[in-house]
Design a protein around this ligand. Sequence first.
Ligand code: NAD
Ligand code: ZN
Length: 341
Amino acid sequence: MKALEKSKPEEGLWMVEAPVPEIGPEDVLIRVKRTGICGTDIHIWNWDDWASATVPVPMITGHEFAGEIVELGRNVDGLTIGQRCSGEGHLVTHDSRQSRAGKFHLDPGTRGIGVNEQGAFAEYLRLPAFNVVPLPDEIPDEIGAILDPLGNAVHTALSFDLLGEDVLITGAGPIGIMAAAVARHAGARNVVITDVNPDRLDLAAHVVPSVRTVDVSREDLHDIIPELGMSQGFDVGLEMSGNQNALDQMIDALVMGGKIALLGIPPGTSPVDWSSIVFKAITIKGVYGREMFETWYKMIAMLQNGLDVSRVITHRFPAAQFHEGFTAMKSGRSGKVVLDW
Ligand code: NAD
Ligand code: ZN
């Protein structure tokens, strides 16, 4: 099969001929149709410090996918050949305290496809049946291929009650933009999204027209608060940039007793104004991945009930043109980039 692989410990990815994966009794084999390119894949392409310390070579990359089941392991039931599906790319153990409590997303033994295990940038993917998420007919493959990052947005956005609340999202990358759509869908009153990249803010306004975009290199959040009829500030913050200044601004613009869900990953360690967090009595929650499988359930239900994130996909390429796909992602001007296998 064709597969996009980190074949050597250096910058780049290579399209190779790889054997079709053999499945075990609890696995399924998926014919991959569409995949999304993630920031993680860019780290692996660039072979930065994180990637070279984490990813063994050779490794088929990619973890955002949709496809169709073509083979079932002998112990698998409840799934059928021909079933369209996406799937959770975090592979968990079932014997940790967290897993036995049903909190699979907190399993310390989690391994990621396309990072620690052979991934989805390929014609075929082996996946434990446990991780398969069937796709309803009304969700097309290209949306199926971005359910992993939409799930990050949903998991973060639904961390706190948003109904009637004023929500600040820092970082208008694909995940921040999708979180804005989710916050709207979940009944937030005002949704404000910040960035320092005007292309990203234009995309946010295109995907979620009712959101207020703020270029924090030109505008001050303090001016936005009265403009939108808020008196104190934002009730909930969703940090989706990984940028220290964005977190500082968020803490500053939150109400007393405000809540923050942190998805963005800052590079290395960074100073935090803890006294503001204490005096404002702010609650902070770190968010990793998606809840298995409540996030998947909620996001599919929302997509069936009018949530529309389709315009966040800005580029589509045949898998053979992966170079163009990665160039678009690295430009900082794209939303989601989807490859067709
Ligand atoms: P992205 O890099 O495409 O988007 C981040 C955005 O933040 C960019 O548009 C950037 O211009 C913007 N930004 C930079 N400085 C800013 C500032 N001062 N104020 C406001 N915005 C600023 O990333 P993405 O793919 O949308 O992912 C969002 C974040 O979530 C990233 O940090 C990513 O590493 C992280 N992430 C975490 C998980 C997890 O499980 N915790 C999973 C996926 C992604
Ligand atoms: Zn991803």
